[in-house]
Design a protein around this ligand. Structure first.
Ligand code: FES
Length: 105
């Protein structure tokens, strides 16, 4: 069970336990957290699930696909830590993973 700490757009944090195989996006929606909208439902087509993933946590996830990188390039708030949370699948780890949620509303 991985603990994901969501740093939310309003400055608060929420800690969620996430099972392997679930995405950061899905766990956010499941807990009604603000910020991640996920209009396309996780198909890597909308970029309304934008998060900033600090470098020290990036090794938990696969490298972004070209599709993901192309979508991120259109975001005003994009930076080197930008990822689409529907593409961030939790693996087998007991670590804590921090993500900073962009406001996609
Ligand atoms: S939910 Fe649409 S790109 Fe992630």
């Amino acid at each position: 069970m991985t603990k994901v700490i969501y740093h939310l757009p309003d400055g608060t944090t929420q800690q969620i336990d996430v099972d392997p195989g679930e995405t950061i996006m899905n766990a956010s929606l499941r807990n009604n957290l603000p910020g991640i909208v996920a209009e396309c439902g996780g198909s890597c087509a909308c970029a309304t699930c934008h998060v900033h993933l600090p470098q020290e946590h990036s090794h938990h996830f696969a490298e972004p696909t070209d599709e993901e990188t192309d979508l991120i390039a259109y975001l005003d708030a994009a930076d080197d830590d930008s990822r689409l949370s529907c593409q961030l699948v939790i693996g087998n780890s007991d670590d804590e993973i921090h993500v900073h949620v962009a406001d996609s509303r």
